[in-house]
Design a protein. Structure first.
Length: 249
C-alpha cells in the first residue's frame, strides 16, 4: 500500500517559499554577474567580412527566384570567387582561442559562475532543509520517477507525487526561467538552457563562438553548385499571368 503523508500547513512558509526566494535571487545575481564578466572584445574586420560573405551567399541563394537570370549568374561568379579565397581571420579558431589568455580566463569565469552557485545552493538546501517533503504534485506518477522527485529520503512505500527539498530546488531552477525573463524584460544573460547548448556544440562561453571558417567557406561553395542553385525566375511571364487572372475575374 502506498504511504500517504500529511504535510504541515506551515511547510510553504518555512521551506518552500525560502527556497523559491533564494533560487530567484541566485538567478538574478548570476545574470548581473554575467553582465559584468561578459567579454566586450570587438571582432576583427576580417572576421566580420567573412561572416557577411557567407550570409550574402545564403541570402542570394534563398532569394534567387526574384533576381533575373543575368544578374543571378553575375552574383554567382562574384560569390564563388569570394568563397574560393582563403579566410584571413583567426576568430573562432580553436587553436588561437587556446593560446589567448583572455579567452581562457573568460571560459573559466563562466564555468565558475555556472557551477559555483549551484554547489552552494545544494549545500544550502541540504543543510537547512534536509530530507524535507515540501510539496505534492497534483497528478499521479509511476515508481520510475521516485529517484527524480524523492532524492534524499529512503521510503519505498511513499507516494511518488511527494517532492523533497533537494529535488524541488532543481525543479524550481528550471521552472522559474519564465519569471526571471519577465523580471529582466528579456532573456537572461546567463540562461541555463543556452549554457548547456553551448557546452554541447563546443562553445564554453567567455569569447566568440568557435567556428571553422575554412570549413564554412567550403560548405557554402558546395551549396553554390549549379545542380543545387538552378534558376527559375518567379516574375517570368508575369504580365501574361496578370492579364489571365484579370480576364478570369
Amino acid at each position: 500500500m502506498t504511504g500517504l503523508v500529511l504535510l504541515d500547513p506551515n511547510i510553504s512558509a518555512w521551506a518552500l517559499i525560502p527556497i523559491v526566494v533564494v533560487t530567484m535571487s541566485l538567478q538574478l545575481l548570476k545574470h548581473y554577474a554575467a553582465l559584468m564578466m561578459k567579454d566586450k572584445t570587438a571582432c576583427s574586420p576580417e572576421f566580420l567580412k567573412e561572416t557577411q560573405t557567407i550570409q550574402k551567399g545564403v541570402y542570394t541563394r534563398n532569394n534567387r527566384g526574384w533576381i533575373p537570370k543575368e544578374g543571378f549568374e553575375e552574383r554567382r561568379r562574384k560569390i564563388n570567387s569570394m568563397l574560393k579565397e582563403k579566410p584571413e581571420s583567426d576568430e573562432g579558431n580553436p587553436m588561437a582561442a587556446m593560446g589567448d589568455p583572455t579567452a581562457m580566463r573568460g571560459m573559466m569565469g563562466q564555468q565558475f559562475l555556472q557551477m559555483g552557485p549551484h554547489l552552494g545552493m545544494m549545500q544550502f538546501v541540504q543543510y537547512f532543509f534536509p530530507s524535507f517533503v515540501i510539496a505534492k504534485l497534483p497528478f499521479p506518477l509511476t515508481s520510475r520517477f521516485r529517484g527524480m522527485f524523492q532524492r534524499g529520503i529512503e521510503h519505498p512505500t511513499l507516494d511518488v507525487t511527494y517532492v523533497t527539498s533537494f529535488c524541488g530546488y532543481f525543479l524550481m531552477m528550471w521552472g522559474l526561467r519564465g519569471i526571471i525573463t519577465l523580471l529582466l524584460g528579456g532573456a537572461s544573460e546567463f540562461d541555463e538552457a543556452e549554457h548547456i547548448k553551448n557546452m554541447t556544440d563546443g562553445s564554453m562561453g567567455g569569447g566568440p563562438k568557435q567556428v571553422d571558417m575554412p570549413k564554412l567557406y567550403a560548405a557554402e561553395l558546395d551549396n553554390w553548385s549549379e545542380a543545387l542553385t538552378m534558376h527559375d525566375f518567379h516574375l517570368k511571364n508575369s504580365e501574361k499571368r496578370l492579364l489571365k487572372l484579370k480576364a478570369e475575374l
